[in-house]
Design a protein around this ligand. Structure first.
Ligand code: HDD
Length: 703
């Protein structure tokens, strides 16, 4: 690695020389910086190791070779035991509403103030190299570099969790990850161990409803919600405590893909979510979320039918509205994936004055785990010295030494109090003070009584979904349980489903070919009847108002109608949507005036799953050329099957015929350039669900 402090040597432009005996040299020149060893010694040859004679043995003496290989051998650090695959970006949080009445947290004191932020999104079960579209929870971890220290909100895109007590976390994760004897399946919960554990752990039923919903296959990190999950405390200057739940709401609405699309996306572009975030930020279309808080007091907590400290429960937004207090904008990609995204260390125990924990036993356990894991991953208690983890506010303490300590205090005093008048002292008034909650009781391994309710909110979640979403949940359960090889485990899951919704249980049993319906599971506490559906829990009821930030894939072939493409491009631009060209060759296609338009994707490598909607602008000759082409047929057939809106030029009709895609109200014939505006308007609905099922047609006609 070169250091800025090194004097740059100006030499001739980079050139490659092939010397006698085949030695191979690449030399620095012009503005190029000279390559050095880690010790700063200039390197003369980075292509050949030092040998005795041309074919001779390599010499131990070659310090440059040894240092280079030594460093390479140690490049990897342990991947995260969960959430290994992630993608991060920088941005800022802007306070939109002050919360001084309920919290003294500095970040909520001044309207309009911006605070630096770093966010890492992730999947949970898969290894670092797994694919983005796994059916999984997405991590939504936010580090806010506030003026009073780093506040980490280490959340997920689902507001509840599988388990209630952190002591079960290793069991949950072991069951979800690869089975230990065979080392597979990768990034999937569709296997025996997971469903065995789940079926023996009824507290997971609410979360199971969420992960079987389309929340677990988001279209983009940009279009998903985030949740702090636990109930936290806000504490104000008078020491008064208010309970709080945190919500991140995507500015561009919610959107997910369908399962068949997810499966294909994992092959077509395993980095689909990373690329999407990277591209959006690079293009200046900065992803944005609003931060909302649900605030409630002890009195509400007492009368709420569930325990607010139970992480398997939500408080419906209809019951305690979400008050928007800020916004989060991601406006800068990382410069170096390893230094920032890989080495960022989130910790639930990173809180600031004005925010405090509650007795949620999952949160309490997490507070140990996150600090502990960073030492393993990052190898030194000095991981806070890494720029991505360091506070932006001044910090002073007496923690010293250790591996890689590079902020080393000067002076004599390394303890306090001291007589030398040196170093920082604690601040009894402004420093962090734990909320003095009154606690008493016997030491027990027990959970509060209300934690025994395992099904009521699972039922409420299912009842809050549209028929389309309910169908997806049924299909997801059938898919997952079909991969379970032990019939008794499948039956046990269906037994739980019977308590949640008989219709769902029946549908899953049918899908599995389960001949004998198992008895319904026996709930530890009676299910709370009559919980009203919560429309906020549905993705389809909370979609975007515009097609902004979405992508249209336009299939072109030589001789296509340039005016129609222009129409699509200007309608998309006006909406804030993107257009990407797909052609039989990546070199692109010539329009009807002979102008060549470069393609972003070659048709055979750019399937329609990459797009939110498609337009077929193939010419008459192009349609003839693509007749019988499997990639062209799949492009259209998949867009059709995935309920996407499809625009087409009349000349492209043969492509529809060969894909068996009979035009319905989700199609738009582009007669003239202006028609593209109507197409983009249609696209705001994202999908033409009526195409997919009778239930969806019924629901749409009832609207
Ligand atoms: Fe966790 C990582 C979210 C329960 C132990 N967790 C991790 C990350 C997220 C979450 C987003 C990735 C952070 C990053 O991007 O670096 N975890 C959650 C949520 C939970 C939860 C929302 C429940 C409400 N986690 C949980 C429990 C434990 C852990 C109960 C242990 C008792 N989680 C970890 C960990 C990880 C982690 C082992 C792995 C890497 C890391 O922390 O930094 O400590």
């Amino acid at each position: 690695m070169t250091q800025d402090s090194h004097e740059k040597t100006r030499l001739a432009d980079l050139e490659i020389e092939r010397g006698r005996g085949g030695e191979y040299h690449q030399t620095a020149g012009g503005d190029t910086t000279v390559l050095t060893t880690q010790q700063g010694t200039p390197v003369s040859d980075d292509q050949n190791s030092l040998k005795v004679g041309a074919p001779g043995p390599t010499l131990m003496e070659d310090f440059h070779f040894r240092e280079k290989i030594f460093h390479f051998d140690h490049e990897r650090i342990p991947e995260r035991v969960v959430h290994a695959r992630g993608f991060g970006a920088h941005g800022y949080f802007e306070t939109l509403d002050t919360l001084e009445d309920v919290t003294m947290a500095d970040i909520f004191q001044r309207k309009g103030e911006k605070t630096e932020a770093f966010v890492r999104f992730s999947t949970v079960a898969g290894n670092k190299g797994s694919a983005d579209l796994a059916r999984d929870v997405r991590g939504f971890a936010v580090k806010l570099y506030t003026k009073q220290g780093n506040w980490d909100l280490v959340g997920n895109n689902i507001p509840v969790f599988f388990i209630q007590d952190a002591i079960k976390f290793p069991d949950l994760i072991h069951s979800a990850k690869q089975e230990p004897d065979r080392g597979f399946p990768q990034a999937q919960t569709a296997h025996d161990n997971f469903w065995d554990f789940i079926s023996l752990t009824p507290e997971s039923m609410h979360m199971v409803m969420w992960i079987m919903s389309d929340r677990a296959i988001p279209r983009s990190f940009r279009f998903m919600e985030g949740f702090g999950v636990h109930t936290f405390r806000f504490v104000n200057a008078e020491g008064k405590s208010t309970f709080v739940k945190f919500h991140w709401k995507p500015k561009q609405g919610l959107q997910s893909v369908v399962w068949n699309e997810a499966v294909k996306l994992n092959g077509a572009d395993p980095d689909f979510h990373r690329r999407d975030l990277w591209d959006a930020i690079q293009m200046g279309d900065f992803p944005e979320w609003e931060l909302g808080v649900q605030l409630f007091d002890e009195e509400f907590a007492e009368k709420f039918p569930f325990d607010v400290l139970d992480a398997t429960k939500i408080i419906p937004e209809e019951e305690v509205p979400v008050r928007i207090v800020g916004r989060l904008v991601l406006d800068r990609c990382v410069d170096n994936f390893f230094a920032e995204t890989e080495q960022v260390a989130f910790q639930t125990n990173n809180i600031v004055p004005g925010i405090d924990f509650t007795n949620d036993p999952l949160l309490q356990g997490r507070n140990f785990s996150y600090l502990d894991t960073q030492l393993k991953r990052l190898g030194s208690p000095n991981f806070t010295h890494l720029p991505v983890n360091a506070p932006r506010c001044p910090f002073h303490h007496f923690q010293q030494d250790g591996h890689m300590a590079f902020h080393n205090p000067k002076g004599r005093a390394n303890y306090e109090p001291n007589s030398w008048g040196e170093g920082p002292r604690e601040d009894p008034k402004g420093g962090f003070r734990t909320y003095p909650a009154r606690e008493e009781g016997e030491k027990l391994r027990m959970r509060p009584e209300l934690f025994a309710d395992h099904y009521s909110q699972a039922r409420q979640f299912y009842a809050s979904q549209t028929p389309v979403e309910q169908g997806h949940m049924r299909d997801a359960l059938v898919f997952e349980l079909s991969k379970v090889e032990t019939p008794a485990v499948r039956a046990r899951v269906v037994a739980h489903l019977r308590v949640i919704d008989e219709g769902l249980a029946k549908g899953v049993a049918e899908g599995l070919g389960l001949r004998d319906m198992p008895d319904a599971a026996d709930p530890a506490r009676p299910v709370v009847e009559g919980l009203p559906p919560s429309p906020k829990l549905s993705i389809l009821r909370n979609g975007p108002e515009s097609f902004r930030g979405r992508k249209i894939g336009v299939l072109i072939t030589d001789g296509f109608d340039a005016a129609l493409l222009k129409g699509i491009e200007s309608a998309a631009k006006a909406e804030g949507a993107m257009v990407e060209l797909v052609a039989p060759e990546v070199g692109g296609a010539a329009d009807d005036a002979g102008k060549v338009h470069a393609a972003k994707q070659k048709l055979a490598g750019g399937p329609s799953v990459l797009y939110d909607a498609v337009a077929l602008l193939v010419s008459k000759e192009g349609a003839a050329r693509l007749s019988g082409d499997p990639a062209a047929r799949d492009f259209v057939a998949d867009a059709f099957a995935h309920a996407k809106f499809i625009a087409f030029a009349e000349t492209a009709r043969p492509l529809l015929d060969q894909a068996g895609a009979t035009p319905d109200d989700g199609f738009l014939l582009l007669g003239k350039p202006g028609d593209a505006e109507d197409f983009v308007k249609l696209c705001r609905q994202l999908r033409y669900w009526a195409r997919t099922s009778a239930a969806a047609r019924e629901a749409m006609s009832a609207k």
